[in-house]
Design a protein around this ligand. Structure first.
Ligand code: NAP
Length: 231
């Protein structure tokens, strides 16, 4: 039987790389996002959804008897101080980054349990905490970690595995925009490549049955000058 994956954020830099890697590993992939043209360019079944309206998700997701992998990769990461952030932006950030992930998980839990499946949450960079001008994003990702950690315990009796991935800077449009807003340099060549992160996610999913990775931090390789200078 062909293994199945449903992924959010499939049209993004990281999500699209995961879709391609999963398809290459033989998964049938259900890919969600808002950009319909980008969805149709993927080797996947396209599922256009707007995660800002989680009440619509039950009607938008396919009925699946079994689901091997659910990957939560959608995210928004607006850079703004508390003073600059209207409540609508807080609501969108928490809804897309957390509430929709909880609701999709809830809807698909029977199929995940049937397959003894795996839920993967793509969180924020390792150690992200108390970042001035990024409070909504940081709060949403902290809540996402709590969601994942509680779910892991709840689903232990049902055989569903839960993994959180913490990626450092990964070369996508999101990182380019965030670095520009913070006035920081951005060099895609010195960032994690989305295909590398996709390999990490597939490694998590493809591990032998006796163990799994519950949390994975991924850092870009340092490009500094070694002590004593390069030689
Ligand atoms: N890039 C990094 O350095 C980095 C580091 C750590 C963690 N992350 C996390 O990795 C994940 C993917 O990031 P990325 O860099 O690949 O970002 P990206 O290229 O901007 O992709 C974001 C994805 O989220 C989807 N999305 C946003 N709002 C949505 C909405 N209202 N409804 C449905 N889908 C929505 C987008 O789909 P549409 O455009 O089709 O709506 C897109 O597929 C995010 O959760 C991010 O926080 C990224």
């Amino acid at each position: 039987m062909k293994r199945t994956m449903l992924i959010t954020g499939a049209t993004g830099g990281i999500g699209a790389a995961i879709v391609r890697a999963a398809a290459a590993h033989g998964y049938r992939v259900f890919a969600t996002g808002r950009d319909v043209a980008a969805l149709h360019a993927l080797p996947a079944d396209p599922l256009p959804v707007d995660l800002r309206t989680p009440g619509d998700l039950a009607g938008a997701l396919p009925h699946l008897d079994r689901l091997d992998a659910l990957v939560h990769c959608a995210g928004i990461a607006d850079v703004a101080s508390v003073e600059e952030t209207p409540h609508e932006q807080w609501t969108d950030t928490l809804t897309v980054n957390v509430v929709a992930a909880a609701e999709i998980t809830r809807i698909l839990l029977p199929a995940l349990r049937e397959a003894a499946g795996h839920v993967v949450f793509v969180n924020a960079a390792p150690g992200l905490h108390a970042v001035p001008r990024w409070s909504a994003y940081a709060a949403s990702k902290t809540a996402l970690r709590e969601l994942a950690d509680s779910l892991r315990i709840e689903e232990t009796p049902h055989g569903v595995r839960v993994t959180t991935v913490y990626p450092g800077g990964t070369a996508t449009d999101l990182l380019a925009k965030v670095r520009a807003r913070f006035g920081q340099p951005y060099d895609p060549a010195k960032s994690i490549q989305p295909t590398t992160l996709a390999t990490v996610v597939l490694t998590i999913l493809e591990m032998r049955d006796d163990a799994y990775l519950s949390e994975v931090s991924v850092q870009p390789t340092p490009h500094g000058t070694p002590p004593g200078g390069a030689n």
